[in-house]
Design a protein around this ligand. Sequence first.
Ligand SMILES: Nc1ncnc2c1ncn2[C@@H]1O[C@H](COP(=O)(O)OP(=O)(O)OP(=O)(O)O)[C@@H](O)[C@H]1O
Ligand SMILES: [Mg+2]
Length: 238
Amino acid sequence: MLIRLENLQKTYFTGEVETPVLHDIDLCIDKGEFVSIMGPSGSGKSTLLHIIGLLDDPTGGEYLLYDKHIGKYTKKQLAGIRNENMGFVFQSFNLLKRTSVYDNVKLPLMYSHIKETEWKTRIDTAIESVGLAHRAHHHPNSLSGGERQRVAIARALVTGPDIIFADEPTGNLDSKTGKMIMDILYDLNTKGGHTVILITHEHDTARYAQRIVQLLDGVVKKDTKVTKRNTSNSKLSK
Ligand SMILES: Nc1ncnc2c1ncn2[C@@H]1O[C@H](COP(=O)(O)OP(=O)(O)OP(=O)(O)O)[C@@H](O)[C@H]1O
Ligand SMILES: [Mg+2]
């Protein structure tokens, strides 16, 4: 099992104030799955994604990653897993605006153990796979929202991660552009074999996944298989 959460809890502590957010999460995700996480605003979706993505620590319960308790990994091993086995795509793109597309995509490689001789091929392949080869030397400033999100996906991909996390990746995009982004994530899952964990508010977007997990008040309220999965049309505009 790739990811196994048992009775996982998260409480934020801000000074004297305790905010319990995740109460009791039980969730397993297999390698190669595409899972959507839905739930009302404030229900803890991003918190859960950050914990699974090793960007934040749980305050209780168990998290087994690659069948091993995360407490059994050293800090260095966890950082290595996060940098090389996980890729992140956010609603607000989080790109360096005055740095070329090429150098934005290069960033995760600089924190990895991947040999420098492989970098160029990896960067070119990642940029090409999102249809942006002709924009490699532009700055994100001069790109459209959809193009920026494609750069973020290329950056998430460049290390060849097992898991791609996407927190409302279409939230700032119009529906047509959002669809193009979802087509790419769909292809990365079905053709590229990447596990995809997506947060979305939109049912139509959630149905690109095989499974929809509904969070409510810090617990998994529902975990259902998608019967009519949306598929990609895979028409990358150049
Ligand atoms: N760093 C933090 N410190 C204290 N409380 C936090 C922190 N981050 C999040 N919270 C609180 O935890 C709760 C869950 O937040 P989270 O961002 O996980 O929700 P969400 O489901 O992603 O919501 P949205 O759909 O609006 O993005 C919220 O009540 C939020 O205020
Ligand atoms: Mg959120």
